[in-house]
Design a protein around this ligand. Sequence first.
Ligand code: GLA
Length: 380
Amino acid sequence: MSQHYDLAAAFEKAFGLAPAITIQAPGRVNLIGEHTDYNDGFVFPVAINFGTWIAATPREDRIIDVLALDYGGERVQFSLDQIEHVDTATWSNYVRGVCKVLLGILPDLKGANLAVTGNVPQGAGLSSSASFEVALVKMFKSLYNLDVTGVDAALLGQKAENTFVGCSCGIMDQLISAMGKQGEAMLLDCRSLEFQYTPLPDSHAIVIINSNVKRGLVDSEYNVRRKQCEEGANIMGVTALRDAELSLLEQHKPAMSKTVYRRARHIITENQRTLDMYYALRAGRIDKVSELMAQSHISMREDFEITVPPIDYIVEIIDDVLGKEGGVRMTGGGFGGCVVALVPKNRVSQVMETVDKLYHTHTGFKQSMYICSAAQGAFA
Ligand code: GLA
């Protein structure tokens, strides 16, 4: 993992002293379990070797002074006593939001000088924002010796995003950024927040293909999906779709719209696939992994309707190369973004060449590809 900038040197130049600490939090890729987190269900993500780094020193006053290296060295200052959402300030709202939620539990929090850089592709569905939030909490914890666990950090990051930044995301991204484990994937129960790890097979690489389709309408469509899921759960009389089975859904089918029925069917089947994938991977059953990832993609395309044609095309051509020897599906919130593939190490170049040869000609978009490994979370 490497940074784009010499963070320590940039910090020293801006603040006139060396950073007291430098911390990092990773982005993530989800292997399976999409849109299940806010339905109290299961997800199966991996923290990746791309992340956000923060160098910092403590301050005696209540001022936060931030330098964003990836935004042309933009510098923002604000007081912890006056935190307002600034509509035009994209990245700094994450800093404001995390400070605001931290102040909710630690009203005496002191300020900090910080310099930030990251290499998680932004707006690609690889959780650059969650990695930033978790890195911010970790930075405050390290500077001021705060009693904050990884799960607390994830909940604080999610709260900042939900209540301050304005996206009603679930808990998956922040939790894996905080608690991911090197070389392993995490099965997370988003209701109890209990999780267990399982090693990724040595035989396979995680390949991420960024479609570079600009993600339009993501937030609004995301919130619509949440509402539809809640409606489905209400009609069935369950707390969350996690509690429903297909038989219950069939029983209530006449009472719901076709759309709500299909949304609920995705969540119910996806939860089961996520559990099945965990056991399949543990058992080394790549043929089963392959089948589950393929079914997940179809369900996202047909029932949850969150894929776009260029993404479907990437999945199709990679699936043709892999057959039963690996798995491929869209990953993340949808409407563009990335495809994740588990690829036998000796087939990685073939997969990359295939996408290189066909994707641009067929869709007009140009992909970016990353070979990833499972990284350690910021609090793990
Ligand atoms: C986004 C959200 C997550 C999750 C995924 C879809 O990444 O931030 O909480 O809902 O979409 O699985």
